[in-house]
Write a new protein. Sequence first.
Length: 77
Amino acid sequence: MTMTFANTLDLKGLARPLPLERTCDELGRLRPGDLLEVVTTDHASIQDFTAWARATGQDLLESSQLGHVFRFVIRKR
């Protein structure tokens, strides 16, 4: 299955809380159902994005790690 992203945020090099803040800002510009891909290098992002999705009801469709890079796919509700 191929995913089409409304946007991809390259947030590598940013530390907590900036990746999550920038993600929230971008989601505010997207339409419900749009997919957002986020790439970070902040290890805290794993916990942050998981807890945030649970608390806000956003759909965290994918969470993966390749080396020191973390990738998240979020569907805006």
